[in-house]
Write a protein that binds this ligand. Structure first.
Ligand code: TRP
Ligand code: SF4
Length: 333
């Protein structure tokens, strides 16, 4: 049997190129090698967006369409929605009983996010529990690997500690390790910054959506900032100071990169010239996404059906784990 990988994404907005290069592209590859489970983490979205219900509702199936558009194949992987599986909540509750508060307060993303998302009140029980809910997501499928960015390492580490503690508390005597310690899976990811050179993120307003209109994509790249010291066409520039160069590193071959870099430092090309191959490469990349998405947008029932199939497949695994968990905790009455 192939080892299982599991990962999730929060449905808080249309997916952008940062999601694709940072995660999704990797998922598409993994589905060929692993028993792959990918889910919509709608409860996790609620921990921060509990006041905007329609944001999440609007984005759940749209995100699944983005996934399939990018190349996830429902015949190869299992696609489902967290909230359709109350087993996640049951495991979360049971794990919560023995999880020291300090373990959650110590997770670095906890204080960071509260600082970062000042416009939201995150002094909630749900937000503190975010990493434990994530642990339940992972442990309920006995996932071997969790493909995530380094920002999620602390959550996977917490998951390992929670599993160890659970097995210690309840596995004694039975000799059974019911929960499996997962490992984070870092495959080489491409870091594509946003249009302004910061991390690509909807909250910074610097994204290109996966299925953004071509004219819009072109306009965004054409107005993208460049080396601030290259004021006139005749001023030589330095690619190291220019976000467009970061895009060349992701999208251009060696010859195009050499052309852009030499042209920049010698003022041989203008910035609009330099941007043309980037625009063309992004449009080329997006083309098959748009085509694939079209048939699903036209036929929402098909998407629902795919998620239904995935949810039932996930449910079989989740139910079995919960049966084992209840057994060892002495709750099978
Ligand atoms: N916290 C993850 C993120 O923000 C999303 C997530 C929720 C997740 N549950 C998960 C990822 C379980 C991997 C496994 O990206
Ligand atoms: Fe950036 Fe290219 Fe302009 Fe140089 S020529 S500043 S790399 S856009």
């Amino acid at each position: 049997m192939r080892a299982r990988v599991l990962s999730g994404m929060r449905p808080t907005g249309a997916l952008h190129l940062g999601h694709y290069h940072g995660a999704l592209k990797n998922w598409v590859r993994l589905q060929h090698e692993y028993d792959s489970f990918f889910f919509v983490a709608d409860w996790h979205a609620l921990t921060t967006h509990y006041q905007d219900r329609d944001v999440i509702e609007r984005n759940v199936y749209d995100m699944v369409i983005d996934w399939i558009a990018a190349g996830l194949d429902p015949d190869l992987c299992t696609i489902f929605i967290q909230s359709r599986l109350p087993e996640h909540a049951e495991l979360f509750t049971l794990l919560a009983m023995g999880t020291p508060l300090g373990w959650l307060q110590r997770v670095p993303s906890y204080k960071d996010q509260i600082e970062h998302l000042k416009d939201r009140d995150l002094a909630t029980y749900g937000f503190l529990g975010y990493p434990l809910l994530q642990a339940a997501d992972i442990l309920i499928y006995k996932a071997a690997y969790v493909p995530v960015g380094e920002d999620q390492d602390a959550h996977v580490e917490l998951t390992r500690e929670v599993a160890r503690r659970f097995n210690h508390l309840y596995g004694q005597g039975t000799g059974r390790a019911v929960l499996h310690e997962p490992q984070a899976l870092h495959t080489e990811v491409t870091r594509l910054p946003g249009l302004d050179g910061q991390k690509m993120s909807k909250s910074y307003g610097n994204t290109i959506e996966m299925r953004e209109e071509p004219a819009q994509v072109e306009a965004k790249i054409r107005t993208m900032p460049t080396d601030p010291q290259r004021v006139r066409r005749s001023d030589p520039g330095d690619p190291a100071r220019c976000p467009v160069w970061q895009f060349h590193k992701v999208y251009s071959d060696a010859a195009t990169q050499a052309w852009a870099s030499t042209g920049c430092t010698t003022a041989g090309i203008g910035c609009l010239d330099c941007k043309q191959p980037v625009i063309a490469a992004i449009l080329r990349e997006q083309q098959p996404w748009r085509e694939r998405a079209e048939q699903y947008l036209a036929n929402p029932k098909h998407v629902h059906w795919i998620v239904e199939m995935g949810t039932e497949r996930a449910r079989t695994v989740a139910r079995q784990t919960m049966k084992d968990v209840r057994d060892v905790m002495g709750l099978s009455y």
